[in-house]
Write a protein that binds this ligand. Structure first.
Ligand SMILES: Cc1ncc(COP(=O)(O)O)c(C=O)c1O
Length: 375
């Protein structure tokens, strides 16, 4: 793979490599699997991968929509020249409605009073606001109660708020054996049938996140909304990523110091690790300031081997026990996430160490980490 960058890769001491080809292929795989349109969910800086290149690759892979959490993210995509349809999945402050209209950004409606306020802004600004109604079917987060949706849509029918879509979100789609998702689908379908019979059903219906794409074909409708899966991560750590989906992210660093310490040397703050004999200790310039967690018992790859991080992770550095890789020297590449030789550290492995999910690992990757995109 060629990583296209005007800056020589050797100038970085730590960086992220993002495989845009894998990303495009993942989007294409979702289209193949579902037979629907795809809204690439690229909120939170494209799940930490960087929003603009990720959006461009998703569109190149066939996504017809981008989904974000906030209008600021949608506006940033427009400024970056992304012209595809964009839905703000979360809350949009009413004062931002003129910008949504101006930049052809679709907003979510999940509260009738808020929609009234939006209407006032639309009337002052002029034009039409595109919207998708979000329905509460069991997630217990945002969404209109099912029973108010029909009168709400009837009231908006000839208004300048153009409701072109309707959607819901699943709470437990990563549990293929739970009744939760089938129940949510049933509730949603009953509503859709009612709306259809009254001539009120919006054109675009969507519900499926990554886990639902893998587990519940009945949830596909017109459009699916994957995030995790297109980034090449498994939405459920208990189920491996299906082989047609490829990981997109590698996190690398370089050894910036390698030296032997005598027995009895405390390593890092608090001297929680003390060398037992003469030991070879390396330093990599990453720490919790990069979104790497300050927890014990972590490993990285050096010279194709797993080595232990020893002592406390600092803000900008951590130390490695290099006795098993005696040839390791300053400048050698270290892999924190990804492949090196035949070894592989997945985002899920890191998530497990940190007691969290892969989503949180990638969303926490600090802005200061250079992102290098390859195709
Ligand atoms: C409303 C909504 N749809 C879709 C997604 C994408 O979820 P996933 O990354 O699990 O595919 C999210 C992400 O949290 C979301 O909030």
């Amino acid at each position: 793979m060629i990583y296209l960058t005007i800056v020589d890769i050797n100038t970085y001491s730590t960086w992220l490599e993002i495989d845009l080809n894998a990303l495009k292929q993942n989007v294409a795989e979702v289209i193949k699997m579902t037979g629907t349109d795809v809204m690439a969910v690229i909120k939170a800086n494209g799940y930490g991968h960087g929003m603009r290149p990720i959006a461009q690759a998703c569109v190149a892979g066939g996504a017809t929509w981008c989904g974000v959490a906030r209008i600021e993210e949608a506006l940033a995509l427009r400024r970056a020249g992304i012209s595809t349809r964009i839905l703000v999945l979360g809350f949009t402050p009413a004062s931002k409605i003129p910008e949504a209209i101006e930049h052809n950004i679709t907003v979510a409606l999940f509260n009738a009073e808020l929609a009234q306020t939006y209407l006032e802004y639309v009337r002052i600004h002029g034009g039409n606001l595109r919207a998708h109604v979000k329905v509460e079917t069991g997630m217990g987060r945002l969404g209109m109660p099912v029973e108010v949706v029909t009168p709400f849509l009837r009231a908006l029918k000839n208004s300048p708020i153009q409701v072109e879509g309707i959607f819901t979100h699943f709470a437990r789609a990563d549990e293929p054996n739970s009744d939760s998702t089938p129940n949510q689908i049933r509730i949603f379908n009953t509503l859709l049938n009612e709306l259809d019979s009254q001539g009120l059903k919006p054109e675009i219906v969507h519900a499926a996140n990554s886990a639902a794409i893998l587990n519940f074909p009945a949830s596909y409708y017109d459009l699916v909304r994957p995030g995790d899966l297109i980034m090449g991560m498994a939405p459920d750590s208990a189920q491996p990523l299906p082989p047609q989906y490829k990981p997109t992210l590698t996190w690398k660093a370089r050894l910036i110091s390698v030296r032997n310490f005598p027995a009895g040397q405390g390593i890092s703050y608090g001297s929680t690790y003390v060398t037992r004999k003469e030991e070879r200790i390396g330093v990599i310039p990453i720490g919790y300031g990069d979104g790497f967690r300050r927890v014990d018992n972590q490993q990285v790859l050096v010279g194709g081997k797993r080595v232990n991080i020893v002592g406390r992770v600092c803000m900008d550095q951590c130390m490695l026990q290099l006795d098993d890789v005696p040839d390791a020297k300053i400048g050698d590449e270290v892999v924190l996430i990804g492949k090196q030789g035949s070894e592989f550290i997945s985002v899920d492995e890191v998530a497990q160490r940190w007691g969290t999910i892969n989503y949180e690992v990638v969303c926490g990757l600090a802005e200061r980490l250079p992102r290098i995109y390859g195709e």
